[in-house]
Design a protein around this ligand. Structure first.
Ligand code: GDP
Length: 195
């Protein structure tokens, strides 16, 4: 996959009407600070088009990046950050639910999990929620560069088991620092679009 063009096209808040896109949407979900902006920037070959969180979780928006004029990367707001009050969490939940129910163009939902840690309660809830909505999330295990090579298999197993990922479920280890895993993600998206 070659990214020729990428731009932020639409930003939606809780009261926004979501765009009725006709191009496929590739969705990115994950806990705040998991490395979602870094992943999206690295896929788009941009340093800072997607925000890198200085204040995690502050911006509760769904961002649509138009890529190559023929698909969207959809950046869902991060979940699970400390200090979020109940009202913020409810707002977040409603927005995601509305998105999952309304969008007719979702081709794939990537769920990002930090490769170093066992998935938390929020990660598991998000995973189950995506499955409940009819999608099989594809896991991107982030911050791969923080592990020694000898630790990778064990950590991947912990993430898979923690989420209850089925045998055939896809997990791609990824690092936005070394770009390891990027080709696999591109290839996965290309195959989806070719279907
Ligand atoms: P977001 O809140 O999920 O969008 O996370 P960000 O992309 O803003 O990243 C959160 C922090 O983790 C930042 O300090 C990033 O520099 C760092 N980070 C993100 N991805 C990686 C990675 O692959 N490797 C390492 N070592 N750090 C990363």
């Amino acid at each position: 996959m070659i990214i020729k063009k990428a731009e932020l096209e639409t930003v939606c808040g809780i009261t926004s009407t979501f765009p009725e896109n006709t191009d496929p949407e590739i969705v990115f979900a994950g806990k705040s600070n998991v490395g979602k902006s870094s992943l999206i920037n690295s896929l788009m070959n941009r340093k800072s088009l997607a925000r890198i969180s200085s204040q995690p979780g502050k911006t509760q928006t769904i961002n649509y990046y138009k890529v190559n004029d023929d698909l969207y990367f959809v950046d869902l707001p991060g979940y699970g950050y400390a200090n979020a009050n109940l009202a913020t969490k409810e707002k977040w939940g409603k927005m995601i639910e509305k998105y999952l129910h309304t969008s007719k163009q979702i081709r794939c939902i990537f769920l990002l999990i930090d490769i170093r840690h066992e998935p938390g309660k929020n990660d598991k809830q998000m995973y189950d929620w995506i499955v409940y909505n009819g999608y099989q999330p594809v896991i991107i295990a982030t911050k791969l560069d923080k592990l020694k090579r000898s630790q990778v298999d064990k950590c991947v197993k912990i993430v898979r088991e923690g989420l209850g990922l089925p045998k055939e479920g896809v997990l791609i280890p990824f690092s936005s620092q070394t770009k390891q895993g990027r080709e696999e993600v591109y290839e996965f998206i290309e195959n989806l679009l070719a279907e």
